[in-house]
Every structure is written in structure tokens, then in C-alpha cells.
Design a protein around this ligand. Structure first.
Ligand SMILES: NC(=O)c1ccc[n+]([C@@H]2O[C@H](COP(=O)([O-])OP(=O)(O)OC[C@H]3O[C@@H](n4cnc5c(N)ncnc54)[C@H](O)[C@@H]3O)[C@@H](O)[C@H]2O)c1
Length: 462
């Protein structure tokens, strides 16, 4: 779109449709990490000239040299090659060069929390300040980052408008949200099937955003009454998972004591039409679930401590799981009449979830720190992290070598490579055959038969 005429928020829907069809709308995605890059590539692949902006210079250089940076995110490697070649996509660190020449600005910036579990919106706030100086009349801003309900309405708009109120939201520029809900490792399939929710400060902006997303994604685009409701939906779905996993984790600990196998229970419970299965594990990590629970808790804070007790309880249980994993390991060492101090313990998997290269808030870190406190020598084998430093441990590059000389093994992440682990294979390679399976992969009966000193999380039947 010619910038002089670029007043996308002032166009009518028919004009928007034509501009989209002709590839005349210029898009800027700020923050091209796990979510932002596939998003930017989707916009470019739909025929819109798209520029990714990021402060991570290595990432920009990688992209500029033609290297696809998200190796564990399939399908987008092919799109990446295509849109680099046809010049629909480029990347830069220079926000000031891109924003003034863009019609649509998407924000896919990180929204983590600090060490006190307080949500940290500093990236959005700092880019908001930059946008104040850089946007022009008619620019459309869409926030895809996960934020607390009300953050756009009560904070971000004020930052972008600034004290001078050079441009006013809803009048001079448009702003809305389309919270991103894809699952890392499955972004390509999720982008093709998950509905997108759109909220905005005014109806017209909402309709324009919906039209743009219709053009880019082959999914249902659902209008929400406002930004805060769309953001509330995103948090509700993720916090629902965090709480339900906590419930199953707590049951897992009880069932160990009652001599009941949680996996048998869950398989049977699944048969009931209104039961939605969740599985126990070593903890809940990643950039979303734990953070999202703390975001909702933060929203509730101003109404007193009586709100959302279930979320606090869920967090407490999930954050306790690494301790419980260590307790299971200690039981195994007691049974073997060996001391953990001075032993070699191998962690299988450090990613916070299977089949992705991501250790953000992974429970593996807490497990590894606790092992070190107990005086154990820690080894890590993870197919996504070979021969590098992770959590101050140099990772192994070969599973058999990693097992040899180890006194115990903890299966932390259910990567595909571990699905077919045979107990007899572990017994024949480990120095001492102690194993804790936190992911229900090894059958307790098979483990015992092969001679493993075995503890399975929630597997109280053996
Ligand atoms: N990863 C997920 O599973 C997932 C899923 C859905 C939604 N989200 C949400 O999407 C948002 C982005 O998450 P992500 O996982 O892609 O994060 P990420 O850390 O992978 O990517 C964020 C990118 O933003 C860049 N960045 C940080 N500050 C910047 C600044 N001031 N200017 C320009 N670039 C900057 C970083 O360098 C990084 O490349 C978050 O709000 C997250 O909660 C994440």
C-alpha cells in the first residue's frame, strides 16, 4: 500500500479485501521467536510483504543468511525458503526503518514473569514507547502476545498514545488482539486448524483484523466483544490445563501410596464422555502454562487473596513435583542400599515438553539442582541438546554412552526417542539399574521382570 494513502483503519471492508488480494498491505511482525516467526512466514506466504523485527541479532543474521532457525517446527522450513526466495519476507533489527513503512504491526513479544512470579510486560511496554514515535495515522496494531485481560485497554494504549496524545486509539490508529494459541512443535498444524479470536477497541478495527486473519489463516475467526475477553479466553484454556494437571499429579502421589496405577485409572476414566484426560509428570514448564496461571493470579490480586485459590493450589502442587521425583529416586537408592551422594544420575530429557527444543521453566532444572545439592554427579541426554552446556551440565551425545557408568536414570521428558526404551536395555547398560519414570512410558511389571529397581510416578501397583 502506498504510505501516503495508507490509512488501513479508515478503509472499508471491500477495499481491505481488494488490498489483501493484490498483496498491497505491508506487515511488520515485532518479535520473531517461536510464535512470531511462523506468524510472519504465514503472512508472507499469503502474499503480503512482511518484515520481521527482532532485537536478537544472531537470529536476524541467521535469517539473513538464509538459515531457518526453528529446526523443531516442521513445514515452516519450506515456507521460509519460498518467501525468502520470492522476497515476501525479510528480517531486520531496525524497528525505526520498518514501522513507518508498515500498515499492520503485529506484536509477538515475550511476556514472561520475573523471579517472584510477577508478570513482566517490559518488552511490550518498551516497543509500545517506540510505536508512539513511529506509527502514523491509520496504522493497525495487533497484539498476539499472551497478556492479562485489560492490559491493552489500561496500559498499552496509554503508552502508545503517550503524554502528547499525538495519535488516539480508535480514532487515529486501530488496536486489537488476536491471542496466539499454537502448541510449540505443532505450529504448522495448529495454525491450520485452531480458531482465532479477535477483540479490538472498536467494531471497525475488529472487522478489519478479522478480514486480514481470514486472508492468512484457513481457520474460523471468532469475534470477541473486546480485547480483554479475547485475552481471558486464552488464559482460561491454559490455566484449565495447569489446574487439571495439578489434580492428576496430586492423585498420582496418592495412588502410589494406595497401590493403584494412575495410568490404568486414566485409561479407564477416558471412556467416560465428559472426562478430559490429563497426565501426571515431573512438573509443568514452558513459557505459557505456569506464566499464564501467575498472570491470572496477578489480575485477581487487586480483589484480595480469596480469589482463585484453586490456581495457587495448582501451582503449588505442580511446583512440588520435582521434589517428589527426587523422593522416588531416593526410594530406589534406599532399595539398592546405595547413597545418592557421589553417584552418577542420568536425566533423560530436559525440554519442558516432548519433541521440542525448549527448556524454558523446565522442571528438569529443579530436578538437576536438587540432585547436585544431594551430591550426585548429573548427566543429561536429550536428543535436542547434544554436546552443549545445559543447566551447567555438559550434555551427552550418545544414549548408550550416557547410560554406561550411571547409577540411576530419571526419565523427565517423553521425547519420541524414549518411547521404545526397553527395561532390559537399561539394565544391561546402567551401572546400577535404578530408574524413575515420570512419564508413564515403562510398564512397572516389565521393569521389575527385567531387574530394574523402578519407581514410576503415580504407578502404585508394583
Ligand atoms: N511459545 C509458546 O508456546 C506460545 C504459544 C502461544 C502464545 N505464546 C505467547 O506468544 C508471545 C511470544 O512468545 P514466544 O514463545 O514466541 O517467545 P520467544 O521468546 O520465542 O520470542 C520472542 C521474540 O521477541 C524478541 N524480542 C524481545 N524483546 C524485543 C524488543 N524489545 N523488540 C523486538 N524484539 C524483541 C526476542 O528476541 C524473541 O526473538 C508470548 O506472549 C507468549 O506467551 C507463546
Amino acid at each position: 500500500m502506498d504510505k501516503q494513502n495508507s490509512r488501513i483503519t479508515h478503509l472499508d471492508i471491500e477495499q481491505i479485501k481488494n488490498y489483501l488480494k493484490d498483496g498491497k498491505i505491508r506487515v511488520c511482525v515485532i518479535g520473531i521467536g517461536r510464535i512470531g516467526l511462523p506468524t510472519a512466514l504465514s503472512f508472507a506466504n499469503s502474499g503480503l510483504n512482511t518484515t520481521g523485527v527482532d532485537i536478537h541479532l544472531d537470529l536476524i543474521n541467521k535469517i539473513k543468511s538464509g538459515e531457518y532457525p526453528l529446526k523443531d517446527e516442521p513445514d515452516y522450513d519450506i515456507i521460509f525458503e519460498k518467501v525468502i526466495k520470492n522476497q515476501k519476507f525479510q528480517a531486520t533489527s531496525k524497528i525505526e526503518d520498518v514501522v513507518p513503512n508498515s500498515d499492520v504491526i503485529l506484536l509477538s513479544l515475550p511476556t514472561p514473569m520475573n523471579e517472584n512470579n510477577v508478570p513482566d510486560y517490559s518488552a511490550l511496554k518498551s516497543v509500545g514507547n517506540q510505536l508512539h514515535d513511529l506509527i502514523s495515522e491509520g496504522t493497525l496494531i495487533i497484539v498476539e502476545s499472551t497478556i492479562e485481560p485489560g492490559f491493552v485497554e489500561n496500559e498499552l494504549i496509554q503508552i502508545i498514545e503517550g503524554n502528547d496524545k499525538r495519535l488516539i486509539a480508535g480514532k487515529d490508529f486501530g488496536i486489537g488482539v488476536c491471542p496466539e494459541t499454537a502448541n510449540p512443535g505443532e505450529i504448522s498444524t495448529d495454525f491450520a486448524k485452531l480458531p482465532r479470536l479477535v477483540g479490538a477497541t472498536d467494531e471497525k478495527t475488529k472487522n478489519i483484523i478479522m478480514e486480514i486473519y481470514h486472508h492468512v489463516f484457513p481457520v474460523d475467526i471468532i469475534p470477541m466483544p473486546d480485547c480483554k475477553t479475547a485475552n481471558a479466553v486464552k488464559l482460561t484454556t491454559n490455566v484449565f490445563r495447569d489446574i487439571n494437571i495439578a489434580f492428576i499429579n496430586e492423585l498420582a502421589i496418592l495412588f502410589e501410596k494406595l497401590g493403584i496405577d494412575i495410568m490404568t485409572v486414566l485409561e479407564a476414566a477416558k471412556l467416560k464422555y465428559n472426562f478430559q484426560v490429563h497426565y501426571p509428570g515431573a512438573g509443568v514448564g514452558g513459557p505459557c502454562l505456569p506464566v499464564n496461571s501467575y498472570q491470572l493470579l496477578n489480575s485477581a490480586k487487586k480483589f484480595g487473596n480469596d480469589f482463585l485459590k484453586i490456581i495457587s493450589a495448582g501451582r503449588e502442587i505442580n511446583e512440588h513435583m520435582p521434589d517428589h521425583v527426587i523422593e522416588l529416586l531416593c526410594q530406589g537408592f534406599d532399595q539398592a542400599k546405595k547413597s545418592i551422594k557421589g553417584s552418577v544420575i542420568l536425566c533423560l530429557g530436559v525440554s519442558y515438553k516432548p519433541d521440542i527444543k525448549d527448556i524454558q521453566l523446565s522442571p528438569a532444572e529443579q530436578i538437576i539442582n536438587k540432585l547436585k545439592e544431594l551430591g550426585a554427579n548429573v548427566r543429561i541426554y536429550d536428543p535436542y541438546f547434544k554436546n552443549i552446556q545445559v543447566f551447567d551440565v555438559k550434555t551427552e551425545s550418545n544414549l548408550v554412552d550416557a547410560l554406561k557408568g550411571s547409577d540411576g536414570v530419571i526419565l523427565v521428558t517423553a521425547h519420541k526417542e524414549f518411547h521404545n526404551l526397553e527395561p532390559s536395555f537399561l539394565v544391561s547398560n546402567l551401572k546400577t539399574p535404578i530408574m524413575v519414570d515420570t512419564r508413564g512410558i515403562i510398564e512397572p511389571h516389565d521393569a521389575k521382570k527385567a531387574g530394574l529397581i523402578f519407581r514410576g510416578l503415580g504407578r502404585g501397583s508394583e
